[in-house]
Write a protein that binds this ligand. Structure first.
Ligand code: CTP
Ligand SMILES: C[C@](O)(CO)[C@H](O)COP(=O)(O)O
Length: 226
């Protein structure tokens, strides 16, 4: 059984949320979004967490860690200007020579089901990668320069996190000298020449991006509590 690591990226500014406080620190059902996310991964036996924060984010994190995790050591790495750079900084801080599986997860996906995380660790151990996704419920179109065109919906997947990889693969991919234009980790690993293995995500695993996502997340949490 490999060692489990989770990189929780929480170094974004949340520009699309339009809130003064970065969205990962906003309250969701009585505790910050980031706390929900961390609690999920902390509930996994032997999962080592690396939390990625911006310098500004560290000031928000300090009182939160004291209130919610007074007895738990959570290592913090400073993020970069992009998600790609934030993940790269976290991976640069890692040095392991035992078999290791690394899950990378957006701090702003607090409702990720535990079984989705656990399944991704198991599948990545077997196939090298496990990238969570769901089917699109909407029709989809491809926008080109002069027109737009219907795509066959069943050929499209909506990609989520966690995105989970064998350490050797992830390390090699993130060591390559890319121009930083990736929106997720699967794209980095794919650009390094590896095939991506998709696994089932969850519609509940929404990414808190704009204010209505926070509203939806509140309601989903209330429903699951009753
Ligand atoms: N430089 C960055 C940018 C993003 N993230 C993290 O990556 C996840 C997904 O990014 P996104 O939802 O786009 O967050 P923001 O970049 O904060 O939002 P926006 O694009 O609206 O500014 C978030 O948990 C975010 O904190 C990060 O660690 N470092
Ligand atoms: C990683 C991700 O959550 C997968 O859907 C997504 O690509 C992040 O994109 P963003 O532009 O940083 O929100």
């Amino acid at each position: 059984m490999s060692q489990k690591i989770a990189v929780i990226v929480a170094s974004g500014t949340g520009s699309r949320m339009g809130s003064e406080i970065p969205k990962q620190f906003l309250p969701l059902n009585g505790k910050p979004v980031l706390v929900h996310t961390l609690e999920k991964f902390l509930s996994i036996h032997d999962c080592h967490i690396i939390l990625v924060l911006s310098e500004a984010g560290k000031a928000y994190w300090q009182p939160i860690s004291e209130q919610f995790f007074p007895d738990t050591y959570i290592p913090v790495i400073t993020g970069g200007d992009t998600r790609y750079q934030s993940v790269k900084n976290a991976l640069n801080s890692l040095d392991t020579d035992v078999p290791t599986i690394v899950a990378i997860h957006d701090a702003v996906r607090p409702l990720v089901p535990l079984n989705v995380i656990l399944n991704a660790y198991v599948v990545a151990e077997q196939f090298g990668s496990a990238v969570t996704c769901v089917d699109s419920k909407d029709s989809v179109r491809l926008i080109t320069e002069d027109r737009n065109q219907a795509l066959e919906r069943k050929k499209v997947k909506l990609i989520q996190t966690p995105q989970t990889f064998q350490w050797d693969i992830l390390k090699k991919a993130y060591e390559l000298p890319y121009i930083d234009s990736f929106t997720d980790d699967a794209s980095v690993v794919e650009a390094a020449g590896y095939t991506i293995h998709l696994v089932e995500g969850s519609y509940a695993n929404l990414k808190i991006t704009t204010p209505e996502d926070l509203f939806l997340a509140e309601h989903l949490l209330h429903e699951s509590a009753h």
